[in-house]
Design a binder for this molecule. Structure first.
Ligand SMILES: [Zn+2]
Length: 196
């Protein structure tokens, strides 16, 4: 039979060992997670998806914060309380600013990939008629929903389409993106180069 001191020591030793094991396990998990993320984000498609999710999250956060802010704005209160409230509102405002900054960071690459406003304007002038062929009674079958009879109207004057069935509107860039399953940059590049 072990004496009390030895038992206590053994218990403490075991506890320390378990804690060490847990720390080690956590470290390896973190490494695994890092490796997974690295591999996951090395794929363009996944990166786009992750960016989209992040943007969705940020936008929802922002909407929540704005709602919170306006709720606080309408609370009438004592002076001492008002001070606290305005401090809280300022905190919310700076959080919103941070979110806006991150959102704008995500938007920057569009400009970096060699797209100019002039190219966008030229791409939007590319006749939709040249992409979809001649419309029937000024209508096409909608590209964005499973259209049984043509409900997407073509407006030659503005070179845009609008579907009266699903409500989607678009210009030549939107049409090109949908037809070719490409992104905005690819569409602008293709359309601005091929239109003379
Ligand atoms: Zn539609």
């Amino acid at each position: 039979m072990l004496d009390k001191t030895t038992r206590c020591l053994m218990k403490a030793y075991k506890k320390r060992k378990v804690e060490k094991d847990i720390a080690k396990h956590r470290k390896s998990l973190a490494k695994e997670e890092e490796a997974f993320l690295e591999e996951f984000l090395s794929n363009d498609e996944n990166r786009e998806w992750a960016k989209g999710r992040r943007l969705e999250y940020l936008r929802n956060e922002k909407i929540g914060l704005i709602k919170k802010w306006s709720k606080l704005y309408f609370i009438k209160s004592e002076n001492w309380f008002e001070e606290l409230m305005s401090e809280y509102r300022n905190k919310i405002t700076s959080k919103i600013k941070r979110i806006d900054m991150e959102i704008s960071l995500y938007k920057k690459p569009v400009k970096m990939e060699g797209i100019t406003d002039e190219m966008i304007a030229r791409a939007k002038e590319y006749p939709i008629r040249d992409l979809l062929g001649d419309p029937v009674m000024n209508k096409y079958c909608c590209l964005w929903h499973n259209d049984k009879k043509p409900s997407m109207h073509y407006y030659e004057g503005t070179n845009t389409v609008h579907c009266f069935s699903c409500g989607k509107s678009g210009d030549s860039v939107d049409v090109y993106m949908e037809l070719n399953n490409s992104n905005f940059i690819e569409a602008v590049k293709a359309l601005s180069q091929s239109y003379v």
